[in-house]
Structures are given as structure tokens and as C-alpha cells.
Design a binder for this molecule. Sequence first.
Ligand SMILES: [Zn+2]
Length: 410
Amino acid sequence: MPETATAVKAVKQSYPPTPEILQMMETFRQMVNDCLRAGLANDVSSLKKLSKLCYPALSKCPIASYYKLHAISKAAGILANRKQSIKRGYPTKTPHMKHPLLISSYGFKVANGILKVPLGDRQYFDISLNSYVKNILSGPAVTVRSFTLADSNTVSICYAKEVQKIECTTAFGIDRNLANVTCGNQDRVIIFDVSQAVKVAENTRSVTRSFRRNDVRIRRMITDKYGRRRRNRVHQLVHKVSKAMVQDAKQQKAAIVFEDITFIRKLYQRGNGQGRDYRGRMNSWPFHELKRQVEYKAAWEGVKVLTLTKGKTRGTSQFCPRCGKRLQEAERHDAIHKRQLLCAYCKRWMDRDVVAAMNVARKGGEVFHRSQGPAGEAMKGNSMTTVILRVDAGKLSRRQIDGVVHQPKT
Ligand SMILES: [Zn+2]
């Protein structure tokens, strides 16, 4: 019996709001803030207690009752997060909802390409969905969960489906680097070239630096605008890589294994003895974004994802993935073996990133082996010729990656 799980995704589009909708969003915001105040004053953060505390007071609000429930649940979520932060010793501010919002998972309908937002008294506000959203929501086994109106003109629709988990026969390790993302195991490795992201970040930095006007508001406007542009471009690139990786793992029935990289930013902070440009470069890559994307895409496809603890991945790029002996670094002036490591025992030069990905895959495989028995057997690949594929993520398309995988040129 294969394992099943509920996978959740969201899709958004823009729409023209009416004054009535905007008023409802504002009412929702005020309700959330009322609940937050009440919760803070009475030191209550659980949904049940907060409902008891706030629901009577919200009865006067001129809005359908399921919005009241969602406002309370939103406030409870914020309060619970705050409590967690305090427990972990992070500084917190008094929580406050700044932007108008409207959420509901009840009372709405999606039919004939129209989202019917309930206004109360069996009245609806119609949002006609665009073809992309319609197409997604009409997918097989997809159910619509809830809608969110935010930003005064965007609607986000949350949808879900039941997914059968793929029984994995192997594991792919992921090594995240500045210039590339390496994914694979002992038998086969794909290196995605993401150096484009570094170029985008450098370009943005030089553009924002070139503005000389000494006005903090203008400067902030410009950095915001170019920061958004940079993020959109880099995330687009990351989307291509994560999509290709998940599809590949699905095809090969592989689990995806990540290293724990919490606190990676702490490696590149001011005062660590690194140059400003170097720190800027290292911090410009969205390492966590890749994982976030892979996780939700993999969940949607039923591909298993595993994150190894720091203890398990210590020294992943120091030991030979074949014989387990310690690797030697290339001499500094050795230009041929740049970013490569030598195993004196196997007498082989290996790419540093490939070594890391292989070791992560092997350790992930061991974890699976222990948790599900014979599936781990396939992990002990002992072929001596690993296929290493290089893919330019900037030019990636589905057809290309399929072609590359089936006809490897080594
Ligand atoms: Zn070796």
C-alpha cells in the first residue's frame, strides 16, 4: 500500500476590486488587530481560547461570520509565532497587521472559470479567473481549499490534491554553490550552471550604486525596484533548476537529499575578515529558496525530500565517495585541477561539488535504508564511470533536459 499525503499549492492573479471588497479587507484587518490586542492583553494564543475571548466582541462587525473565524485564526497564528520567537530568544515587536486582507476557506465557489467571493446574504462578488488559473484548478484530483485577497488587487487561491508517495530506489544528493547546483549520486551527476544569478546580482549592485542623489526616499525607491527585479530574475532561474531536478528525481524514482545549511549567512557577515564584495556575492544567492521550491514541487509530485542534520553531513567534501579515504586539495597554483580534489588511493581527481553531492546522496541513502529496508540496496552503485552532465540553467527547457539525460555526452 503506497503512502499518500496531501500536497498544497497556491496560484495568484490580479483582479479589479470594488470599494465594497476593499472595505471588507479593511474590516478584516481591523478584526485581526482587535483579536491581537485582546490576545496580548489576556495572554492567550491558542485558537480555542482566542475564539471564546474574541468572537462575542466581533459580533458587531458588519461582515459574514466565516470571515470572523478566519480573522481569529489569523491572529492566533501570529500570536503563536510570536510566542515561539520569544521562547527561542528572538526579539519581537508588538504584532500588528498592516495591510488589508481577506481570507476564507468557506462560503466561496469556483464554477465556470469564476471565483465567487461571498459578501453575505447570498450575495457574491465575481472574479473571473484567467486561463492559466482555470487550467490549474481544473487539473485531475485538484480541490480548491481557500482564497486570499491581498495587495488591493491580487487574489491567491490555495488548492490541494492527494499524492501517492513514490517508492524511491535511490537517492540524489544536492550540493548548493554560488556558480552551480550539483545533483546526483554515484552513478550519475547533473551540474546546473547558475552563474547567471551572480551576474544578475552584480549588475543590480552596479546599477543601484550609480545613483548619486543624496535623498534617502529616492534611494530606497530605487533599491526596492531593482531589488524586486533582481529577485524575480534569480528566482526564475532557480525555478528552472528546481523543476528539472524534481522531474528528474521522479523519473529515476529517487529521493532528494539536502544538507542542513541553517546559518549559512552567518559565514558571510561583517567582521568575518572577508571583503565587502565577496560577502555581497556569497549572500546574493538564494540557497534556501532552492530548497523551498524543491520541497513544494517534490511534495506535489510525490517525490520524497530529506534534510540531513549538520552532524551527518560533516566533511562531505573531504572524503572520497568511493573508498572513504581523506581527499587532498589541489595546490594553489594548479590551474588544471581548480576546485578539484585528489584521492591518492583511487588515483582520481574529482570535482569538489560532485564529491559533496555524492556523499550527501550516500548518507541520505543510508538513512532511507535504515527506515525502509531493502530500498537502500540500489544505493551501493560501484560503477567506476560516473556520468557527469553539465546543464546551463539559464537555457534550460524541459525538452533539453530530457535530451541530455537520455543521451549523455561525457
Ligand atoms: Zn578513493
